[in-house]
Design a protein around this ligand. Structure first.
Ligand code: AMP
Ligand code: FE
Ligand code: FE
Ligand code: ZN
Length: 289
């Protein structure tokens, strides 16, 4: 079985609509695809409605979280939690996702102000139109910079000072222990996304992952395009030590990133453990008629 447990659609910062994504998953030879947009479950219904024969949808989310316990910097360390099979209507979780999406909009406006102050001709209405109702992220601002011819690609915008440092404004993330608790209260299964991906910024120490495991974390994402072989092996060993499931996934973002669907995959046993533990929503298989 080919199983990819982390993908994004146009309801956040991917470039395939949810319905296109599940069709692309079938074409890529996947048996299972999880839809894990940033801070929203808006893609679940359109993805489920378009599910082609042979593909199972694992409904999920990628929550923008922050760990404040690092001691050093007062701002803490940003990190992402993947939640699967939770109740998407659980009010306290819905409220937190609404809050963080709202904060992403204010933050995008602020980043655009900083760009404009330096003479870059971007506007909030333009970026909002590029996002088209989705969870606004830096990739949308990057798209605007590509349009202006200031960078060649979204990836180049991240590699350069544009979005990496100079114009980067923090968003009001969810406290990581709150995020974990809310997903679990909603019946969900929680996997720590790309825990060692230090190309994205500072990563957390293993001692904190031990704390998360004690608080009910279910798994760690090991095989991820942003992890090198040593990091993947480290995550596998840590997962085995802590009794956590270890997953693999592409973190597909369509044309906003260069990774392909199914570039990294999850073992069937790990997937089945996740499905057995999820209580807030069912997996979705296509209706045959
Ligand atoms: P934000 O969530 O708004 O802070 O933006 C971070 C998002 O940008 C991540 O979730 C990735 O989807 C995306 N991203 C990070 N690095 C890159 C890159 N090098 N190329 C394209 N997208 C990236
Ligand atoms: Fe993203
Ligand atoms: Fe992520
Ligand atoms: Zn992701």
């Amino acid at each position: 079985m080919r199983i990819d447990l982390h993908t994004h659609s146009t309801v956040s910062d991917g470039t395939c609509a949810p319905a296109e994504l599940v069709v692309a998953a079938a074409k890529a030879g996947l048996d299972v695809v999880a839809l894990t947009d940033h801070d929203t479950t808006a893609g679940w219904a359109p993805a489920a409605a378009a599910l082609p024969y042979g593909v199972t949808l694992l409904p999920g989310v990628e929550l923008s979280c922050r760990w404040h316990g690092s001691g050093s910097a007062s701002t803490g360390i940003g990190l992402h939690l993947l939640g699967y099979l939770f109740d998407p209507a659980y009010p306290p979780l819905v409220a937190e996702m609404d809050r963080v999406r709202e904060s992403r909009e204010r933050r995008a406006e602020r980043m655009i102000e900083l760009l404009k102050a330096d003479g870059v001709d971007v506007s909030w209405p333009e970026v909002r139109a590029l996002a088209n109702g989705a969870t606004v992220g830096r990739p949308h601002i990057a798209q605007a910079l590509v349009r202006l011819g200031l960078v060649d690609s979204v990836n180049a915008a991240f590699q350069s000072e544009w979005l990496g440092a100079r114009y980067r404004v923090p968003k009001q993330d969810i406290d990581v222990f709150d995020g974990l608790r809310l997903l679990r209260e909603a019946g969900g299964v929680v996997v720590f996304a790309h825990p060692k991906a230090n190309r994205r910024g500072r990563t957390v120490p293993d001692e904190f992952i031990v704390e998360l495991a004690a608080a009910g974390l279910f798994g760690l994402e090991g095989d991820h395009p942003d992890h090198d072989p040593a990091e993947r092996e480290h995550v596998r060993r840590l997962g085995a030590e802590l009794g956590l499931v270890v997953t693999g996934s592409s973190d597909f973002h369509g044309g906003n990133k260069t990774v392909r669907l199914g570039e990294c995959t999850t073992a069937r046993e790990a997937y089945e453990q996740i499905v057995a533990a999820g209580r807030g929503a069912p997996i979705v298989s296509p209706i045959m008629d």
